[in-house]
Design a protein around this ligand. Structure first.
Ligand code: ZN
Length: 160
């Protein structure tokens, strides 16, 4: 069976950056399972999955615009240290849930200069070219319920 709309595919992946450094990998874990055509994975990778079947292995390079997008300077802000009351020690890379008019947003501390803390709400991989090595392990038909919900149920998916 080939990956297409309304199929559920499982795959192993290794994600590396331009210099070949591993950013993330499913190696040693269960494969990632997703509902095809529902935007569960980045667009550039989803496109490259079309027509693949179990056992297929391939590499795909995804540009930022088809990955996590370009970084948005609007999402970078300097806030006073006092905004982090109750946090004992601040460090670069620490992640927080910020409450914004658009709803909760995940931000990370990008820079600390005295009492000025720079936070960045961009996805950590925004602006990065993504190099994926993919191995498809399974393709099955999606259930109607999965298509309606827009995500996978059961193994590797939502349990509800
Ligand atoms: Zn569901």
């Amino acid at each position: 069976m080939q990956i297409a709309e309304r199929t559920v595919a499982s795959f192993h992946y290794t994600l590396t950056d331009d210099s070949g450094q591993v950013i993330d990998s499913s190696s040693g874990h269960a494969p990632l399972t997703y509902l095809h055509g529902a935007g569960n994975i980045v667009p550039g990778l989803e496109k490259a999955m079309i027509g693949r079947s179990a056992g297929d292995a391939f590499n795909v390079v995804v540009a930022p615009e088809e990955g996590y997008g370009e970084p948005n300077q609007m999402l970078v802000q300097v806030v006073p240290r006092a905004a982090f009351q109750g946090v004992e020690e601040l460090a670069v890379g620490m992640e927080f849930q910020a409450h914004t008019p658009q709803g909760p947003m995940s931000v990370a501390i990008a820079k600390i200069e005295g009492d000025e803390i720079t936070v960045d709400g961009n996805h950590p991989l925004a602006g990065r070219t993504l190099h994926f090595a993919i191995e498809v392990t399974d393709v099955r038909e999606a259930s109607l319920e999965e298509v309606m919900h827009g995500h996978v149920h059961g193994e590797g998916g939502h349990h509800h």
